[in-house]
Ligand binder design. Sequence first.
Ligand SMILES: [Zn+2]
Length: 101
Amino acid sequence: MTLGLRKIILLMLIGSVFLMANIVLVANWLSEKGLPDFANHIRSNYLTGTAITVVVALLILLVNPGKAGTARCFIRRCPVCDRRLLGNPKYCSECGSNCNS
Ligand SMILES: [Zn+2]
């Protein structure tokens, strides 16, 4: 974690604290702008159960392409002898090959 990232997180934390302190004011302002009616319109027309299910299924099926073959359900196998590796070893105990390549 870099220093810039820490500063951004701290600023977001301070902003969220100020927002939480004035939550009634923010809710009244959003209600004046008509946001709850718009959100109800969106929810009733576009967010059906089927759409939510499809989006969740796609998010589950979406995997990082670089890790698709190696890290399947936290069970890793040696790329040389196909022995199952427990934990996160650097070398295979069966054939001694480097597993982190
Ligand atoms: Zn091996």
